[in-house]
Design a protein around this ligand. Structure first.
Ligand code: SF4
Length: 379
């Protein structure tokens, strides 16, 4: 089936959830309000992977709006992305990298998304570009950039014709060496790749020895890495595209060492490098997905013990306002625990590579919950 037709058949109305008996009729109004603020949509491909009789199915929990979202603790913009916005739809936190946000639509919507605010019609923001020509003009002028990340939303929801003009334009720019797409197409709608030979042709045309396209995928659970997803990954690899994966530690979805171990090993075997595994951010209406830093560290450490060498490239990361912080580990001396953190990337370039250690307790979910780390985030 053509991907556009499959996408149109998604489950996307709260009424359907009542009919399917996955939400109670008495919860309908609340779910409708949640859906207004942050839509839900479940592609036919993803719907087939869900065990609808199991309310705890991890894939169901990933995409089903829940009353837990009425808990409004947290931040709309936890990473201070609006402060990194250079112009409408362009963010640059580090001088050589620009994030382009050309679209605020996705194939399905992850309930823990840290960009929920971009989908909320009640929140005014000018963080989406909606026009790839403007993005191309910006990138052409910014000679300090050498890599761009096209994100959103999901940029692969943009029609191939529009992507073609943009990518062929980028191909002419000597200063851009790496083009990254952040996409969940392989998890939610592999037909986006498999039913559109023109997209594969385009990637093949643009991927050159000095101009690499990376697709940073987003699989959180091994059940998402289906044979069809692997087939789509293989088709992309054959065009010269390089594949990696980012995942998020999510309560009741993948906070389990064997689930993560299987995920990371299967990804590596499929040619998709496990890259970053993120601590879940303190996002408004997604608090129920968070677990403490100590728990995250323990699960991740145990998961990595059974990984093959290539899968072991995965890093545990907290994307804080101050930079990208790798969680190196925790030690325990006479019952006193210390967490070790390393700035993998930082707004202040002097901090890159710096290693810190702080006493930590079970109630810390984020850097800002560690009292002794205050000097890093409050200046
Ligand atoms: S695919 Fe990405 S941008 Fe879209 S809802 Fe999921 S995490 Fe957010």
């Amino acid at each position: 089936m053509k991907w556009q037709n499959e996408l149109k058949s998604s489950i996307r109305k709260p009424e359907q959830l009542v009919e399917m008996e996955v939400i109670r009729p008495e919860d309908f109004e609340n779910i409708k309000q949640i859906h207004h603020e942050f839509p839900f949509s479940i592609t036919p491909h993803y719907a087939k992977l869900i065990d609808w009789n199991n309310p705890k199915d991890p894939l169901l929990l990933s995409v089903l709006p829940s009353l837990d979202e009425l808990d409004r603790a947290g931040y709309h913009d936890v990473s201070g992305e609006s402060e990194s916005t250079k112009e409408v739809g362009v963010q640059s936190k580090y001088p050589s990298t620009a994030l382009i946000l050309p679209v605020s639509a996705c194939f399905s919507y992850c309930r823990y998304c840290f960009r929920k605010r971009l989908f909320n019609p009640d929140i005014k923001n000018d963080e989406i570009m909606r026009n790839l020509d403007l993005a191309l003009n910006y990138i052409t002028d910014q000679k300090k950039l050498d890599n761009i990340l096209i994100t959103g939303g999901d940029p692969l929801i943009i029609k191939t014709n529009q992507l073609r003009k943009f990518l062929l334009g980028i191909r002419e720019l000597d200063h851009i060496k790496i083009i990254r797409f952040g996409s969940r197409a392989l998890s939610f709608l592999p037909s986006r790749i498999l039913s559109d030979p023109s997209l594969l042709e385009l990637f093949k045309q643009v991927s050159e020895t000095d101009k690499r396209i990376y697709i940073v995928n987003h699989f959180n659970h091994p059940n998402e890495l289906t044979n069809t997803a692997i087939e789509a990954a293989d088709a992309l690899l054959k065009t010269g595209v390089i594949l990696s994966n980012q995942s998020v530690m999510l309560k009741n979805i993948n906070d389990d060492e064997s689930v993560l171990r299987t995920l990371f090993n299967n990804l590596a075997e499929s040619g998709i490098t496990p890259y970053y595994h993120f601590q879940c951010k303190f996002i408004k209406a997604a608090n129920h997905f968070r677990i403490s830093l100590l728990k995250t560290n323990e699960i991740f450490l145990n998961a990595t013990k059974g990984l093959n060498g290539l899968a072991k490239r995965v890093k545990l990361i907290m994307t804080h306002f101050t930079g990208k912080i790798e969680i190196l580990g925790v030690d325990d001396i006479n019952g006193n625990q210390n967490i070790y953190l390393k700035y993998h990337q930082a707004r202040d370039p002097n901090m890159i590579g710096n290693i810190y250690h702080f006493p930590i307790k079970n109630d810390a979910y984020w850097l800002d919950d560690i009292p002794k780390a205050k000097f890093l985030y409050k200046k």
